[in-house]
Ligand binder design. Structure first.
Ligand SMILES: [Zn+2]
Length: 280
């Protein structure tokens, strides 16, 4: 009996190590586990629940958590989660159903677009200025960025054909599966996938308004607003340390606090809000 237990625990430990080794950064394990657990819950409800009122309430309640998933999807587009590309593609399918952003859309629009162009409002894919040079309001900005996301991402792909091919392929796969899910259960698909995808994309655009709007400068240290609050950064994977993120966009989200510490003296104090956690 005890030999069997040793064998079982040995094989469990072996599986645990194998799962751990799939991730490029250990810090990604917990958020990815939460996000995939939420996908499991969505699919469970898709197959088991047929109450429109229940699904409507679930969509409203989950709008906030799914908006937070957009931050993690963003991090994934900067530094892929898994060592294996196929696993990244599978994860991106579930990210797409939560956030409305398919494989490589943010890589084109955000990583290869916005991050290179955010200091130039004539080019920025998430520009906060109108063509006339006036600043957009929050609502105008949110709708324009959300509604043009796929078009602008596709356009950036003109310079990155290989990335664009992957974007088109997996976007078609994702929307084909979404079509089938809608075909078999229209109400479930509407409240569990279609509406969350639309609201998440819009809320993502809205949350980014504050990152750079009205900061008309060529200086990277003065071009982003930061929120150093502990809860905000816990929920978004340090997205509040936004100057550090733009200063070195390839740095994994878990390493941003160290980078922020190094550069924070260069950031104007009025661009830092929230209370920094006490250092140990
Ligand atoms: Zn970014």
């Amino acid at each position: 009996m005890s030999d069997n237990l040793v064998l079982i625990f040995g094989s469990l430990e072996h599986s645990r190590k194998e799962i751990k080794s799939l991730f490029r950064f250990p810090a990604d394990r917990t958020p990815v586990a939460f996000i995939l657990a939420l996908s499991c819950l969505d699919f469970l409800l898709y197959f088991l629940v047929h109450s429109t009122i229940f699904l409507f309430c679930y969509w409203l309640i989950m709008a906030f958590p799914k908006m937070l998933i957009c931050a993690w999807s963003h991090h994934h587009q900067h530094t892929g989660t898994f060592r294996n590309k196929s696993l990244d593609r599978i994860l991106e399918f579930f990210y797409a159903l939560h956030t409305g952003v398919t494989t490589h859309l943010w890589r084109l629009h955000h990583v290869l677009g916005h991050h290179l162009n955010y200091l130039d409002q004539n080019k920025d894919e998430s520009r906060w200025k109108r063509d006339s040079g006036e600043s957009m309001g929050e609502v105008e900005y949110s709708f324009i960025v959300a509604l043009t996301a796929y078009y602008r991402g596709y356009k950036v792909g003109g310079r990155y054909q290989k990335v664009r091919r992957v974007f088109i392929k997996y976007t078609l796969i994702t929307f084909s599966i979404l079509f089938l899910l809608t075909w078999f259960n229209p109400v479930g698909a509407l409240f569990l996938f279609i509406l969350p995808m639309l609201t998440s994309l819009l809320l993502t655009a809205w949350t980014t308004y504050d990152h750079h709007s009205e900061l008309d400068t060529d200086d990277v240290f003065s071009a982003s607003r930061n929120n150093v609050g502990k809860i905000y950064n816990l929920l978004t994977g340090n997205l509040g340390l936004h100057t550090a993120h733009h200063y070195k966009q390839g740095v994994h989200w878990s390493k941003l606090p160290e980078l922020h510490e190094k550069i924070k003296s260069k950031i104007p104090p009025e661009l830092i809000s929230g209370t920094e956690p006490e250092s140990a």
